[in-house]
Design a protein around this ligand. Structure first.
Ligand SMILES: Nc1ncnc2c1ncn2[C@@H]1O[C@H](COP(=O)(O)OP(=O)(O)OP(=O)(O)O)[C@@H](O)[C@H]1O
Ligand SMILES: [Mg+2]
Length: 353
């Protein structure tokens, strides 16, 4: 065996290097709007590395900094501090058109006077691609988003879900490395939204493009993402897989924001869980016999949700919420009754601080 061959084998091949480079990297990125006492710290010290081909979701309440973060990656807003890299290249000060990213905004921003085909082909027209090639590519993209046969219509002649797909096709036609999606399903009704969720996810898998998706809907985030970044007041509180964020929230905020949570503190937490502070998901609690129960108390409220019944039990020092699966012929417990609560020790997650 040649020594040189050995040395070469120790170096990663170019494809492996590309895989090691994050698609999007934020390094201590901050954005402050205005100055003085009225300044708004929209994003503060965010560190983030999104892998190539990843479906990454920014989840957080209204005003927490999600859109500002996305706009800085797209180049529409400049950070006041920190660096942004896309595919390894520093783009912190680069204008939007010089970045290998594209954005789908919540309102789709289609041109009303243009046909659907021209809307989709618009980015190619700006780049002076010839008409025949534009038409071919636009029709290809319309087929990809399952919208054949509407190319000659105007946006007003489509439904909300169809318009959303046109916006997606237009964002994809320039073959971006990264697609930024700011609450793209926000305007759709629940059924259509669920359908678009699985279509979007399937499309992302097929194309292998990195998706950075924004939502304030925890179900959407949990069901679609490879990883989730939870935003609160301009800061990233936790980054992890949907399972990690749901099962082992890093903070009380994450525990409450991602799903329903019983958060116990102090004396009652120590008595029921052995920790100074702990979280217990409502669906992990069962009602049962007095013998072996971990807590007992009086039912104060019963709410029927179809798939489950939410029961609140006053255990003396805390109100514990239990989500009990419903089944035909099984009556839910009634308010005022005694209840004995059971759970598996593994259902308890200790919270820091
Ligand atoms: N151009 C601006 N000038 C001043 N303040 C701004 C500007 N844009 C956003 N902000 C403020 O920055 C904070 C973060 O806003 P951002 O739009 O990023 O929130 P968001 O998480 O996307 O919220 P939503 O879910 O409501 O869209 C808010 O307090 C907002 O009022
Ligand atoms: Mg927003």
């Amino acid at each position: 065996m040649r020594a040189g061959g050995d040395r070469l084998a120790a170096w990663p091949c170019p494809a492996a290097v590309a895989r090691m480079t994050a698609a999007v990297e934020l390094d201590q990125v901050s954005c402050v709007f205005g100055s003085g006492p009225g300044a708004v710290r929209a994003v503060e010290g965010v560190d983030l590395a999104i892998d190539a081909g990843e479906f990454f979701t920014l989840l957080g309440p209204s005003g927490s900094g999600k859109t500002t973060c996305l706009r800085m990656i797209g180049g529409f807003t400049l950070p006041t501090a920190g660096r942004i890299r896309i595919g390894g290249a520093d783009v912190t000060a680069a204008p939007p058109y010089a970045r290998p990213v594209n954005t789908v905004f919540q309102d789709y921003a289609l041109f009303p006077h243009m046909s659907i085909r021209d809307n989709v082909a618009y980015p190619l027209m700006v780049r002076k691609v010839g008409r025949a090639e534009r038409t071919r590519r636009a029709d290809e993209l319309l087929a990809l988003v399952q919208l054949p046969g509407v190319a000659d219509r105007r946006p007003a002649q489509l439904s909300g879900g169809q318009r959303q797909r046109v916006a997606l096709a237009r964002a994809l036609i320039g073959q971006p490395q990264v697609l930024l999606l700011d609450e793209p399903l926000g305007a759709l009704d629940l059924k259509l939204r669920e359908q678009m969720q699985s279509e979007l996810k399937a499309l992302q898998r097929r194309l292998g493009i990195t998706f950075l998706f924004i939502t304030h809907d925890q179900h959407e985030a949990l069901s679609m993402s490879d990883r989730i970044g939870v935003f609160n007041a301009g800061r990233l509180e936790q980054v992890g897989t949907p399972q990690a964020v749901y099962e082992t929230p890093a903070t009380r905020f994450v525990a409450h924001f991602v799903g329903a949570a019983n958060v116990l503190e102090g004396e009652i937490a120590r008595r029921l869980t052995g920790h100074a502070a702990a979280m217990l998901r409502p669906e992990r609690i069962r009602l049962g016999e007095a013998a072996g129960a971990r807590a007992g108390g009086t039912v104060t409220e019963v709410q029927y949700f179809g798939a489950f019944t939410r029961v609140k039990v006053d255990v003396g020092g805390a109100l514990l919420q239990a989500d009990l699966p419903t089944s035909p012929g099984k009556a839910p417990p009634r308010a005022g009754r005694e209840a004995h609560l059971h759970w598996d020790a593994r259902a308890v997650h200790a919270l820091a601080g």
